[in-house]
Design a protein around this ligand. Structure first.
Ligand SMILES: Nc1ncnc2c1ncn2[C@@H]1O[C@H](COP(=O)(O)OP(=O)(O)OP(=O)(O)O)[C@@H](O)[C@H]1O
Ligand SMILES: [Mg+2]
Length: 336
């Protein structure tokens, strides 16, 4: 037998648990878990430096990460393979066909979609609806999976889940069972929850990760110019963690964000989302929500996407959840 052969077969091996990886014993596995690496998938997305605190040398870290990567097959790919990866992107319906249309069929897995807008614009309502919709089978616009809901403002309401489930003829109790909820009390707690979410995601077949709101804690804790750089750095790290989870588990990631008034704008929109360039560049798809006038109608505007044109559509928030505005209602409102 030549030297290469065992390595060759090791490269193709599938590792189910951390301890199955070559060179990882129970003590190192435990240290890795303490650092937030609970699964082979999360190790595959790690950097060698991140494993240092577990007492893993750089050389060993590269070997471990390589083995984890080969196990879940992440490596350089040709563009035709990339095309195949894109084909594995799944779509989740918002509940409104009009809103889905500007998003090319719904929210995509593997990337972050950000909803931003003023209070009452419908960000949290959309999050609730998505938690229910994700449980639908693919032919009905769902992903047949569970939802993970990180709530920073204590606005998650099971009553709404019950109403939305009933409207879709789903058993509310069953739906509620598939929503894993955590309230984040501070930005550190929020980061901690996500840093330790991989196991929960895997065990529960989570296909939707929600952070409502992404920026509220960061905004209230990091005040003043001198804290801006560290806030942005932490936000950046947090968002990259979310992206890694979305990619590793082929899940939809949704974050919500408030807006700030721009004092110096005379033309166009006088508001902009919190979080500056970091949040803007890390959210692949950004949707701006605003009220149409009084009443249930809202306007959703696709502001940025890596491949879709800008677009705007209306939808409404009712007791049933997120719904389309009927042609009749549109005509009525035009006549007003
Ligand atoms: N049961 C319901 N039936 C109809 N409309 C509802 C119902 N519950 C909430 N809404 C609508 O949703 C709005 C609240 O929207 P939502 O909580 O999503 O706002 P938000 O964008 O998350 O705001 P914030 O920035 O304060 O978090 C209410 O003002 C109301 O118009
Ligand atoms: Mg909200």
């Amino acid at each position: 037998m030549t030297e290469e052969e065992p390595e060759e077969s090791a490269a193709k091996k599938k590792y189910a648990f951390l301890e199955d990886l070559p060179g990882i014993g129970p003590a190192t596995a435990q240290k890795l878990e303490e650092l937030g690496f609970h699964t082979v998938e999360s190790l595959a997305m790690a950097t060698a430096k991140e494993l240092e605190p577990a007492g893993i040398s750089e050389k060993k870290a590269f070997a471990v990460i390589d083995a984890a990567r080969s196990s879940i097959s992440v490596s350089f790919v040709r563009a035709d393979e990339l095309l195949k990866m894109r084909q594995s992107v799944l779509r989740l319906t918002t509940g409104s066909k009009a809103l889905d249309r500007i998003l090319d069929g719904g929210l995509e897995t593997q990337t972050i979609t950000e909803f931003y807008g003023e209070y009452g614009s419908g960000k949290s309502q959309i999050c609730h609806e998505l938690c229910v919709n994700v449980q639908l089978p693919p032919e009905k616009g769902g992903l047949g999976g569970a939802a993970l809901y990180v709530d920073t403002e204590n606005t998650f309401r099971t009553e709404r889940i019950v109403q939305m489930s009933k409207h879709l003829c789903l058993d509310p109790e069953q739906v509620a069972k598939n929503i894993i909820y955590a309230e984040a009390y501070t930005s550190d707690h929020q980061m901690f929850l996500l840093d330790n979410a991989d196991e929960v995601i895997k065990e529960n077949n989570v296909k939707l990760i929600i952070i409502d709101s992404l920026t509220a804690h960061f905004r209230s804790e990091y005040i003043g110019r001198e804290m801006l750089a560290s806030r942005q750095q932490r936000l950046n790290k947090h968002m990259h963690r979310i992206i890694r989870l979305a990619r590793a588990f082929n899940a939809v990631a949704v974050v919500t964000n408030q807006v700030m008034a721009k004092p110096d704008v005379f033309f166009g929109d006088a508001v902009h989302p919190i979080g500056g360039h970091i949040v803007g560049h890390t959210s692949h798809t950004r949707v701006y929500l605003r009220r149409a006038s009084h009443g249930p109608v809202r306007i959703g505007r696709l502001v940025s996407s890596p491949y879709l044109p800008e677009g705007e559509e209306i939808f409404k928030i009712t007791e049933n959840g997120i719904e389309d505005v009927s042609e009749e209602e549109k005509t009525k409102s035009r006549g007003r």
